[in-house]
Design a protein around this ligand. Structure first.
Ligand SMILES: CC(C)(COP(=O)(O)OP(=O)(O)OC[C@H]1O[C@@H](n2cnc3c(N)ncnc32)[C@H](O)[C@@H]1OP(=O)(O)O)[C@@H](O)C(=O)NCCC(=O)NCCSC(=O)c1cc(O)c2ccccc2c1O
Length: 340
């Protein structure tokens, strides 16, 4: 086989659906997938005996040891709990207002932003879990008791809608954010789980938008991301009717990645995080920005482009440019290939 034939064969192999063996002899033995918590769970769909699984294996299901964390200000958190797993790259941020079903006020959002910022800057952290305290709610949205004519008011004399800044922060954060949802994820709390990269739902989770019932709406990410996730018709249904949906219904709609028994929620979430952490951090970083790029327009391109620059700075070609400037000489790029 010459090079052209080999190339053609490689391309042809990619065009065959993965479940369709190229030759009967090449087909691996099909064994039942190990128990997946739900139909859409990902890790268990490849045959147990293949080399991929032998090489990459299962991740530990041991509970992590969580240690309280703070940011550079050292200021204690009031409305959230911020923790990092000892010796592994997972941060966990918990909205801690269970008596209000983890509704957020401006202070809650400010603290969430501080914690996310710290987790972003900490190079030992590769994935961040966002959750709510207790089993009754992930988050019930903005604290309606504090809603005024210009937003939510706690310690200021003016209102804020600062959860919108938090949404942008999560979307642009170059590390995966995993929503771990037990109980209600409704209103602005539902939007928060949607802007996360992955959602692991407990079987008691309830999802929905309440805005049109309480005189509110999220016409930003709360609408556009939802439409992408569940499709335009379902998104209209979710907003116009403001119904609540079970975890199983949300799974069917593509709103969540998997549904697990409540008692296994954190264990399963941590397993997903550990699986992400085994993979190339730069691949994950670039993929997150690539998956958002088209929808995010100029901001998406800017982020993806920033990743290209980040990677380019590590090359000899880029270093030659910088060194030449520092040495006051003309750069010599002649040794760098102009690749096809
Ligand atoms: C979440 C519920 C369905 C839970 O019902 P359940 O029967 O289990 O519990 P209770 O209703 O008895 O609640 C217990 C306790 O918590 C208080 N509480 C719950 N949610 C909130 C809340 N969001 N704000 C304030 N307080 C809340 C409740 O009053 C009880 O207190 P007690 O003192 O009586 O014990 C149900 O609670 C529920 O439907 N909650 C309201 C959900 C909701 O409508 N959220 C707001 C949507 S609007 C929004 O979130 C929003 C925020 C933004 O910042 C935006 C910014 C920009 C654009 C849009 C935004 C936006 O839409």
């Amino acid at each position: 086989m010459d090079a052209a034939e080999r190339r053609l064969a490689r391309v042809a192999a990619h065009l065959v659906p993965s479940s369709f063996p190229v030759t009967p002899a090449a087909a691996p033995p099909l064994v039942p997938a190990p128990t997946a918590a739900s139909s859409s769970s990902s890790s268990s769909s490849s045959p147990a005996g293949d080399s991929y699984r032998r090489v990459h294996g299962e991740v530990s299901a041991e509970p992590p040891e969580w240690r309280a964390a703070t940011d550079e200000s050292g200021k204690e958190f009031v409305d959230i709990i911020y923790e990092k797993a000892v010796n592994e790259g997972i941060a966990k941020i918990t909205i801690n207002r269970p008596d209000r079903r983890n509704a957020f006020r401006p202070l809650t959002v400010k603290e969430l932003m501080r914690a996310f910022n710290d987790a972003r800057d900490d190079s030992s952290i590769g994935v961040i879990i966002l959750t709510g305290k207790g089993t009754k709610a992930f988050c019930s949205g903005g604290d309606q008791a504090l809603r005024d004519s210009d937003g939510y008011v706690d310690f200021d004399s003016f209102g804020r809608l600062n959860v919108l800044d938090l949404q942008v922060q999560i979307r642009r954060l170059p590390k995966p954010v995993v929503a771990m949802v037990a109980g209600y994820a409704v209103g602005g709390g539902h939007v928060l789980h949607m802007v996360c990269d992955i959602t692991i739902a407990a079987d008691n989770a309830i999802f929905g938008q309440t805005g049109p019932k309480v005189g509110s709406f999220d016409a930003g990410y709360g609408s556009s991301i939802m439409s992408r996730l569940v499709g335009p018709k379902r998104a209209r249904e979710m907003w116009f009717l403001s119904r609540f949906y079970t975890a199983a219904e949300a799974d069917k709609m593509g709103l969540v990645n998997t549904v697990v028994p409540l008692a296994e929620l954190e264990q399963e979430t941590v397993k997903w995080c550990r699986q992400i952490l085994r993979n190339s951090p730069m691949a994950i970083r670039v993929l997150k920005s690539a998956l958002n790029a088209a929808d995010d327009g100029h901001a998406g391109l800017q982020e993806l482009g920033g990743n290209a620059t980040l990677i380019f700075y590590g090359t000899e070609e880029a270093k030659e440019g910088k060194n030449a400037y520092m040495e006051r000489r003309r750069p010599d790029f002649s040794k760098f290939p102009r690749k096809p």
